[in-house]
Design a protein around this ligand. Sequence first.
Ligand code: GUN
Ligand code: FE
Length: 424
Amino acid sequence: MKNFILKGDICFSNDKNIINTAENSYAICVDSVCKGVFSDIPQEYCNLPVLDYTDKLIIPGLTDLHLHAPQFSFCGLSMDLELLEWLNKNTFIEESKYSDSGYARKAYSIFADALKNSATTRACIFATIHLEATKLLMDLMENTGLVTYIGKVNMDRNSPDILIESSAQKSASDTEKWLIDTVNKYQNTKPIITPRFIPSCSDELMECLGELAKSFNIPAQSHLSENKDEIEWVKELCPDCTSYGNAYEKFGLFGNNTKTVMAHCVHSSDNEIELMKKNGVFIAHCPKSNTNLSSGIAPIRKYLDNNMKLGLGSDVAGGETLSMFSSIAETIKVSKLYFRLIDSSAQPLTFENAFYLATKGGGEFFGKVGSFDKGYEFDAVVIDDSVLPHPQKLSVKERLERAIYQNADLMGLKAKFVRGQKTI
Ligand code: GUN
Ligand code: FE
């Protein structure tokens, strides 16, 4: 069913500073596209079926711009390490297990089920270096009805023997095989070029990946300026580059030629920020791993005021949960610490700002996604916030804020629609 009407208490952004609310109103979906929100059903739509979610909150689906499927298994474990140690001591060991398709099936089934049952409707996902396991993840994600980009990870240097590709050529040829198999295979699941980060990819490999992104006309994702030791390492590896971002740009993998999303950008230099702005690189702000991995806090107020392309990522397992409600609340919290401890001219994010980032901000990576404005693809989630009883009268926006801070996406998810298809 792609033509229907949702009735309930509707909240959405069309501007980074405003949340529109419409109590007891109607969001209209025709051919998987939103026709707008109305207080009464317009005459032309009066024959469409109404799905009645009276007293429930209805919001656009959330976009998780950055997470790692193979890391879901160790969410909330070993959270006392910094990035490079955390990668070596547990991440790479866990990811190496995905060479075993049996293990991958078991783990990825759990992951796909959890993401299906969350408020996320769109996601940019890292898999591992393994071809078969990545294809399996794509099959499983296609069955969830979510719209996702999934990346076979590339790593041909500075990685442990258990998780490294034997050469740049082998990594590139595996990637090409995977692209041929998957680029037109699915309706909702698409491949994305995924060099893990500059330290783990040789120039020779990066050059091949830039060419593959261009010839298959697909986007790219990676990590950028997350941790100070990592940035120093990149300087040693790429002495000629003007910034860490320039090390991707050199190969056409930084918004030039290729739509790109970069996770973190915690310590980006002015030069790097300029380059991201100029090239329209999307930033996936991951507040949870900013704190869990002691990376530091990304200057998100600056990025927002600078009108950069910006959304939120859970960064599972740098983030301990794939709940995007939790990432919205965390975005506000870390922006307050940034204001208090780092730069008193950077005003903390408002609730409106953070909600916008998780919906329309990140949704833009997927096109017209993340709002109920006319013409947006119809992604919606219905939240029953009566799981959080309260004695006083609250406005619709207050109920939304409370539902988000108290993780009602986990307890109160009633229904989910992706491109007009009901998935829960
Ligand atoms: N940088 C390179 N790999 C990773 C990863 O798996 N997680 C995070 N947070 N940063 C990375
Ligand atoms: Fe990450």
